[in-house]
Design a protein around this ligand. Structure first.
Ligand SMILES: *Cc1c(COP(=O)(O)O)cnc(C)c1O
Length: 425
């Protein structure tokens, strides 16, 4: 494949945008080469500026779960745009999407909409602190909760890819309130709680990790966190920015049967427009301004275009059996890939939950950040470029999950499996 025009556009972008991108994971730093500039997309396919067609496995990092330019979402946005794009006043559609979200997700009574997953997680932690009147939080190494200061402590994909787990600009004062635990290690969490007795406001976690590749929670781990939280007056915050409306209608809470106190959303909930949200039972949410003292606001929060896209998306997901269909496709891909990799004796471990899947190029079970980091990055690089040359677009980092979209056909999956075979043959 030829990427002449993408290369030229990237060079031009680099002159006026730091690193040529508006979010670091889009650059090809971890895999080498220059990023591909996309021109348009439809269904499961991306069309780049050089005229190549690519099968898309990142789905805009999750949101495009029904494929690109999905008609009901596009129609809803166009219709809304004609009627004004922002008012800074309440609109009925905000209540409509809130009602639908609350009906789909377990254990939440009220939801507040923001503009990104970062904002959702940042606000959820502020709310947890305001509610419990405690300062410290526990996060897990390799989990990503957006780029706000408190979370940039061993923060998975983007941060890890660039080898700067702790970003300059995050003060010691902020960092000291974030305690770092090991994913899937309950003893470690318990020790942190004991050492900081009465000081921890919340534990924030990706209930299925997706920012160090896909890593499922071990049996009993989330249940254990729930008990520790209950015993110590700590709120359990599920960051479902990736898993929400992807693993099930009710996200990981529903799929795994664990109850969170606060849930964060992003990605799918916006149908491809910039939306985040956080939600909890009324007793907690009523602490937010203007009802309560915890301040949180946004000029463009609940923006009509964003709400229209989100509402159209959630309506589709609520009515169909997308999650089942996606899980089946992902299982098919898993089987196909592991058969090839085994036959060709490529060292690998595949993790999969629902429509999240990742190929780790290492032998051991991948259960946390440490084991994820053991993957062979050189193998990943040749895999990534080998797949790309055959028109398969994977996330340009070994620390990312793949996100399937329901527009993918079994023929697309077969092409992908065949491409994998060609790479390692
Ligand atoms: C993407 C992501 C975020 C951040 O969301 P943005 O919309 O990029 O700010 C937070 N948490 C998780 C689990 C994510 O995957």
């Amino acid at each position: 494949m030829i990427y002449k025009r993408s290369s030229a556009l990237f060079a031009e972008a680099e002159q006026v945008i730091p690193g040529g991108v508006n979010s670091p994971v889009r650059a090809f730093k971890a895999v080498g080469g220059t990023p591909i500039f996309v021109k348009e997309a439809k269904g499961a396919y991306l069309y780049d500026e050089d005229g190549n067609q690519l099968i898309d496995y990142i789905a805009s990092w999750g949101p495009m779960i029904l494929g690109h330019a999905h008609q009901p979402v596009v129609d809803a946005v166009i219709d809304k745009a004609k009627k004004g794009t922002s008012f800074g006043m309440p609109t009925q559609i905000e209540t409509q999407i809130a009602e639908l979200a609350v009906s789909m997700v377990p254990n939440i009574d009220k939801i507040r909409f923001v503009n990104s997953g970062t904002e959702a997680c940042m606000s959820a932690v502020r709310l947890a602190r305001g509610y419990t009147k405690k300062d410290k939080i526990i996060k897990f190494a390799g989990c990503y909760h957006g780029h706000s200061d408190s979370f940039l402590i061993q923060a998975g994909s983007g941060a890890v890819t660039f080898g700067t787990p702790n970003s300059p600009g995050v003060t010691q004062g902020t960092a000291k309130d974030t305690l770092l635990a090991k994913y899937n290690d309950l003893d470690n969490v318990e020790a942190l709680i004991q050492a900081n007795k009465g000081e921890i406001a919340c534990i924030i976690i990706e209930p299925v990790a997706g920012n160090m590749g896909c890593i499922p929670p071990k049996q009993g781990f989330l249940e254990g966190l729930r008990s520790l939280c209950d015993a110590n007056n700590i709120l359990l915050v599920f960051d479902e920015v990736m898993t929400g409306f992807r693993l099930a209608k009710g996200g990981a809470q529903e799929l795994l049967g664990i109850k969170a106190d606060i849930v964060c959303f992003g990605k799918v909930i916006g149908g491809g427009l910039p939306v985040g949200a956080f939600a909890a039972r009324a007793e907690i949410m009523n602490h937010l301004a203007p009802l309560g003292p915890v301040y949180q606001a946004g000029t463009l929060s609940g923006n009509p275009l964003a709400m229209a896209a989100g509402l159209a998306m959630l309506t589709e997901l609520n009515n169909g059996n997308v999650f089942e269909s996606l899980a089946k496709k992902t299982e098919y891909l898993h089987k196909g890939l592991s058969e090839i990799l085994e036959r060709l004796q490529v060292t690998h471990t595949i993790n999969r939950v629902g429509s999240m899947i990742s190929v780790h190029f290492c032998d051991d079970e991948v259960v946390d950040f440490e084991t994820a980091a053991k993957g062979n990055n050189d193998t990943f690089k040749s895999f990534f470029h080998g797949m790309l040359n055959q028109g398969i677009y994977l996330a340009p980092s070994a620390f990312e999950s793949w996100f399937l979209n329901d527009a993918l056909t079994y023929e697309d999956l077969d092409k992908t499996i065949a491409a994998c075979e060609a790479v390692f043959s």
